[in-house]
Design a protein around this ligand. Structure first.
Ligand code: GLC
Length: 571
């Protein structure tokens, strides 16, 4: 009763101590606000035709697994026609399925299965660039009607001293080397913020914007629930009024002039027009929803940008933008990060995004980043899963993180030689041939050597395995106190010691959960957390307790190294 009174009082006064928030009442929490999102890298999830590469039929076969572990929606990395120079992020036809993944009919079948399971499907939308093998680029090279300015072309500059032709500006691509490449046929430079085989589309051209809306419409008509927008900050570049492009200043972060970090990207990242574009795309989705009904369609944005910029992408009070500008703050943690560091990274998001928009999402990993087990240590996998699923908002899990998959040391082959291959290896389903990913003799990337230990089938049968912990967390995440962050109740998070993080979730029905995470390698004894008696609800492998045991927090609590637990107050 006292808690309830305090919470109501706090809600009325809208009081927020540094890490404690009681949100204003709103009618409902929309599905995406608290969603458990899951990223599938299609080449590596499930191979159905024995060619060693994952495909759509394979994903369809495995959708029931996502339901089993409590996922709300899954986003698929690109499935579209592509020469695969960047494994699908170089698209040659935006409304066709690549034959390596199957057919459009396979995609339709996937949608039917997803709907019947109550799972949502989100596609990757890659607007910044196409493949150089895309018909649009070929037409632009040949200056065909309407396509002349479809990409970013420029004559370049003539060096006054040498008389030689040079690129229009000093811009360096994300993968290194100039962003400008000379095209012999067209006799001009074209811009590519990523690979040479990924020419940038010219978003200042209304026809490009229209084509891209058509792409969104095409997939929306097939029933998708939203899009993850690729490389958002890179969509626009600054162009001077005279048509020239300004050089970027040196950043001081790198001594290699060919590396992306060498410059401060003030003219090639997060330009004001990009913010407008997010609003345009959201308007398109809102109109679509109004005309077609159904639940909210979402936009996730991939943007490695300052949280202040992400706030603009989300919306500005009058315009709505992307609902889920992806929050990578917890991906920046390392094996050395303490609970206080974690709080600092959480704060950076909450102080801006939560404060402005009452929204949060927490990304654990993706196909461009080392897996948690490799980045932070195998013993930290469950800790991260506990943290992201206990904080308010959406969680985003990269396939395999729920079973503690680690990066694999891969060698260059004819199929792939990418420094990100290590985090893209096949999903580990069972302790059988190829981890039950494929019947092929060899798979496009090798299986991890530890797949017989870390795999779905084995972990299903092991109490306190990463998979079991993950499933338990999803059950909690969809329960009242964890959902209640907007309508009622509140949450708080703090480092109670240098290494112990505490998250509290409550609702107005007198429920209170305490999540304690020991990030350190020492036993911690903590006193004074509360004066109430709690029950252990969820324990991880390092815990000496069992669910159902009780603990009186008016005395002290002991946490083992790397132990994470969820306690429930016995009201
Ligand atoms: C995004 C993708 C990455 C890709 C790049 C270019 O950052 O996540 O995998 O290489 O965009 O499309």
């Amino acid at each position: 009763m006292l808690t309830r009174l305090l919470l109501v009082l706090a809600a009325l006064l809208f009081v927020a101590t540094p890490h404690f928030t009681v949100a204003a009442a709103v009618d409902d929490v929309d599905w995406w606000e608290n969603a458990a999102l899951y990223q599938i890298y299609p080449r590596s999830f499930q191979d159905s035709n024995g060619d060693g590469v994952g495909d759509l039929q394979g994903i369809t076969q495995r959708l029931a697994y996502l339901k089993e572990i409590g996922i709300t929606a899954t986003w698929l990395s690109p499935i579209f026609s592509s020469p695969m120079s960047d494994f699908g992020y170089d698209i040659s036809n935006f409304t066709e399925v690549d034959s390596i993944f199957g057919t459009l009919d396979d995609f339709k079948a996937l949608m039917v299965q997803a709907k019947s399971l109550g799972l949502k499907i989100i596609l990757d939308f890659v607007p910044n660039h196409s493949s150089d093998e895309c018909e649009w680029f070929q037409k632009s090279v040949n200056r065909q009607d309407g396509y002349d300015e479809f990409y970013v072309w420029h004559d370049g500059k003539v060096n006054a001293e040498t008389g030689e032709r040079e690129p229009p500006s000093n811009w360096v691509s994300v993968f290194g080397g100039s962003q400008w490449t000379w095209h012999e046929t067209r006799q001009q430079y074209f811009l590519h913020q990523f690979q040479v085989k990924q020419p940038d589309l010219n978003f200042s051209n209304p026809m490009v914007r229209e084509h891209m809306l058509d792409v969104l419409g095409f997939w929306l008509d097939l029933g998708v629930d939203g899009f993850r927008i690729d490389a958002v900050p890179h969509i626009y570049e600054h162009r001077n009024a005279d048509g020239s492009y300004p050089d970027e200043p040196v950043s001081g972060w790198s001594s290699d002039p060919d590396s992306y970090d060498y410059h401060d990207h003030i003219y090639t990242k997060d330009q004001p027009d990009t913010v407008e574009l997010m609003y345009e795309w959201r308007d398109y989705l809102l109109k679509y929803e109004a005309e077609h009904g159904g639940e909210t369609r979402v936009l996730l944005a991939e943007a490695y940008s300052a949280v202040e910029t992400l706030s603009a992408y989300f919306g500005n009070g009058t315009r709505l933008g992307t609902q889920l500008p992806m929050n990578f703050q917890l991906m920046y943690l390392s094996g050395y990060s303490t609970a206080r560091d974690v709080v600092g990274n959480i704060d950076y998001w909450m102080n801006t995004m939560w404060a402005n928009h009452q929204t949060a999402n927490w990304v654990v990993g993706n196909h461009d980043t080392e897996r948690v087990s490799t980045r932070m240590g195998a013993h930290k996998v469950d800790l991260l899963n506990v943290i992201v699923n206990s904080l308010p908002g959406a969680s985003v899990t990269y396939y395999g993180e729920e079973i503690g998959m680690a990066n694999v040391e891969t060698e260059c082959t004819e199929i792939s030689c990418d420094n990100r291959d290590g985090e893209r290896t096949p999903m580990q389903w069972a302790p059988t041939k190829n981890g039950d990913f494929s019947t092929a003799e060899s798979t496009w990337l090798p299986l991890s050597t530890d797949f017989e230990r870390y795999n779905v089938r084995t972990e299903r049968g092991v109490a306190r395995s990463s998979l079991q912990v993950f499933k338990g967390l999803q059950q909690l995440k969809s329960s009242s106190a964890f959902l209640a962050f907007k309508q009622e109740g509140g949450f708080s998070y703090e480092a109670v010691t240098e290494q112990v993080l505490q998250i509290i979730r409550t609702n107005l029905r007198n429920e209170e959960y305490r999540i304690l995470v020991n990030m350190g390698n020492k036993i911690e004894k903590i006193t004074g957390l509360s004066n109430k008696v709690y029950e252990y609800i969820l324990v991880t492998a390092y815990s000496v307790h069992r669910p159902g045991e009780t603990i009186d927090l008016s005395e002290s609590i002991i946490l083992m190294p790397y132990e994470a637990i969820v306690l429930r107050w016995l009201a």
